[in-house]
Design a protein around this ligand. Structure first.
Ligand code: ATP
Ligand code: MG
Length: 685
């Protein structure tokens, strides 16, 4: 009956069946620790399915993954696995009942809304994404006279990173400064004052930032009654990518399941790449000792994803790491094709090389979406994006600027957020700035007067009309008032109608932007309320791989461009890694200490282990550095990453491209120049 277990190897099967016996499904804590592509995620999906088949109630399963999309994929997989056993309809019902599947932040937001009144939080709180948080930090910074022009006080983004580290690592500010921001160590007292004011501002405005979702959740769990209630709701708690959780997250898990019964976590310490968000590999390494009796630990050592030469090269790279815990992987997928280590002249050639390879693969039948280009930093893909646009090759980009980061989309969302929570000053500022005649001082005055009132929207409606605004003001106030009572998702159309004249005034390319807003309405129609729409969009912006939502995508097949961080857990037939050179990988910015250097090595390992069949590491001899401090934008000469020293080179096939003799004309270098880059940048302004 349970034939789906037959596809698993013995170790995977042990993990899937752990604690499941005769209907008693809740077992001792379980840790699956194993290398890339060894089937951890697959095993987790089978475990969820197996638990359900054994009688576990899917509504009582809490499943936390790296992204909402990963959670949805997992739910789909659970349905497929259980279909044979449960029948078509039942399997679909079970999948839909798996309602507690999502990210830590998403689940946190849901629980906090539910318990808001009991913990003194306004249930209509809005959520700030990183950019909103930085804006609020900046407002507070200005209010306290700490702005950068007057002193050498850290920039808003740095302030936010420091704050975030303190919160997520549960560390004192002095320690965080000493370890990670030594150049800011003299500002500890001012930063403390700033953070206190930032926290006060968030509370006065009824907003939570990303970190608060974890922080409030973990604080809420210090109340025994609430902890019992929440812990008692779930028989099983399962977590994927456990190596990238931080202290707060592990303390939440511990509070949910103090004895660890029913807890399953899977991860790979060699893929720990989120220490900048205070993730700590100690969580996974200490897991077995955290419980008494100790957790069961299962390791997997067979890789099902990659061919032997690809795996050998990845093993080689991680084999030089200072510390390693998981063992080398093996595979029986033989191939004679070693990964390519390709030297090219510069980033323009790098782009041409990739386009040539991608098209050649497509000729041979590989879809574009089975191929991915990965890079350390979002800006590295610029030249490639230009080349792809020029050659008319559709692509989507993950991990960089997203659809929702576009100014016009943010404007519209800000108005919705302002209507939802009129105390949200970042949203308020953004939207007031759109009105002609309203400058920062007026905006501040309006928001101050609203903040002082018990009913801020009522106050807004009765404020004297600011000079020079006239009809624009009246129509703004009317729109906000109407939004308060209008039906979802009709509001969004109303917002667009209000916004369109401003769009035309602010942007030249208002046509494409208008299309984006229609797209946003389309996405909105999939949500049952404004609050759900805003929460989910802020926490986990849609991307193009689900057909219900995503950026305007006019083609069905497209090449994937992704930062390495966003490529976590995924796999493609062919993978191209850009700029495998010192300065990019390791990054000049990210490799100050040896711990940071080790993390950069793991990043390369994550990138390489995404490939199933072919892997290309591209080494441009020159690359472009975006203006850092006094040096400005410039080209620098580069050499192959130090993570592939001479002793590992035999694992690769070394080539230079283009192969033709020097002086041969390169495609694309003739003809008049068009600045597509500027045009594309303009799209997001
Ligand atoms: P990562 O560390 O990158 O997250 P992972 O350990 O989660 O990887 P999966 O993504 O679950 O690995 O699996 C990698 C690939 O191997 C997938 O294509 C999966 O379908 C396949 N796979 C896993 N287990 C088996 C198995 N027992 N038999 C055949 N294929 C398998
Ligand atoms: Mg995985």
């Amino acid at each position: 009956m349970t034939s789906y277990l037959d596809t698993l190897n013995a170790e995977q099967r042990r993990a899937v069946e752990h604690g499941v016996a005769d209907g008693a499904t809740v077992g001792a804590p379980l840790l699956v620790i194993a290398g890339a592509g060894s089937g951890k995620t697959n095993t987790l999906a089978h475990r969820v399915a197996h638990l359900i088949v054994a009688g576990a109630d899917p509504r009582r399963i809490l499943l936390m993954t790296f992204s909402r999309r990963a959670a949805a994929e997992m739910a789909g997989r659970v349905e497929r696995i259980t279909r044979k056993v449960l029948g078509e309809n039942n399997a679909a019902i079970m999948r839909d009942a798996l309602t507690w599947a999502g990210t830590f932040h998403g689940i946190g937001a849901r629980l906090l809304r539910e318990y808001a009144e009991r913990i003194g939080v306004d249930p209509a709180f809005t959520i700030h994404d990183r950019e909103d948080s930085a804006d609020l930090m900046n407002l507070v910074r200005h209010e306290r006279g700490l702005s950068k022009t007057e002193s050498r006080f850290p920039a808003k983004g740095t302030c936010l990173s420091i704050y975030s580290r303190c919160v997520n690592a549960e560390m004192e500010i002095e320690k965080v400064l000493g370890q990670h921001y030594p150049w800011c160590a003299g500002w500890a007292a001012e930063l403390k004052g700033l953070f206190a004011a930032y926290v006060e501002a968030k509370q006065a405005q009824h907003v939570l930032d990303y970190d608060d979702l974890l922080l409030y959740w973990s604080q809420m769990m210090s109340d025994a009654l609430i902890t019992d209630e929440i812990g008692g709701r779930f028989d099983h708690v399962l977590v994927d990518e456990y190596q990238d959780t931080n202290r707060l997250q592990s303390s939440i898990l511990l509070a949910l399941k103090p004895d660890g019964r029913g807890l399953t976590v899977v991860g790979d310490d060699a893929q720990s790449i989120y220490s900048f968000r205070a993730a700590t590999v100690r969580n996974i390494l200490d897991f077995p000792q955290s419980f008494s009796p100790r957790a069961e630990m299962i390791t997997l050592d067979r890789n099902y994803r990659s061919t032997q030469p690809v795996l050998a090269a990845a093993n080689g790279v991680i084999g030089l790491a200072r510390e390693r815990f998981t063992k080398n992987l093996w595979t029986d997928r033989t191939s004679t094709q070693k990964p390519q280590l390709v030297t090219v002249h510069d980033e323009a050639d790098q782009a041409r090389y990739i386009v040539e390879q991608v098209l050649a693969n497509r000729e041979q039948g590989a879809l574009l979406k089975h191929q991915a280009v990965l890079f350390r930093t979002s800006s590295h893909s610029g030249p490639l994006e230009i080349e792809l646009t020029r050659r008319n090759i559709p692509f989507v980009k993950f991990g960089g600027l997203k659809f929702l980061d576009a100014a016009h989309v943010k404007d519209v969302l800000a108005l919705l957020r302002f209507a939802e929570n009129p105390r949200d000053r970042v949203a308020g500022f953004r939207i007031l700035h759109l009105l002609p005649g309203i400058g920062p001082a007026t905006a501040q005055r309006v928001l101050d007067q609203m903040a002082e009132s018990m009913d801020p929207l009522h106050a807004l409606a009765h404020l004297p009309v600011p000079a020079r605004t006239g009809d624009d003001w009246t129509s703004f106030v009317r729109t906000v008032e109407n939004l308060r009572y209008s039906e979802w998702p009709v509001d969004l159309e109303r917002v667009r109608l209000w916004y369109e004249p401003h769009l035309d005034r602010i942007h030249e390319d208002s046509e494409t932007r208008r299309a984006d807003l229609m797209q946003l309405e389309q996405i909105a129609s999939g949500y049952s309320s404004r609050e759900k729409f805003l929460t989910e969009l802020t926490l986990d912006p849609p991307d193009a791989t689900s057909d219900k939502s995503g950026p305007p995508l006019r083609d069905e097949d497209y090449l994937i461009l992704s930062t390495i961080h966003s490529a976590k857990g995924q796999e493609w037939k062919s993978v191209y890694v850009l700029n495998v050179v010192d300065g990019c990988m390791p990054s000049d910015l990210g490799a100050g200490t040896s711990a940071e250097l080790e993390e950069e090595r793991r990043l390369l390992y994550v990138a390489m282990t995404r490939a199933k069949d072919d892997l290309h590491l591209v080494v441009p001899q020159r690359f472009f550095v975006h203006g850092q401090a006094a040096k400005g934008d410039r080209h620098v000469y580069a050499s192959r990453t130090r993570f592939i020293p001479e002793q590992l080179v035999y694992l690769f096939e070394r080539t230079a491209w283009p192969k033709a003799a020097a002086g041969a004309a390169r495609t694309g270098s003739q003809g008049p120049k068009i600045d597509i880059g500027a045009r594309m940048r303009g799209m997001w302004r």
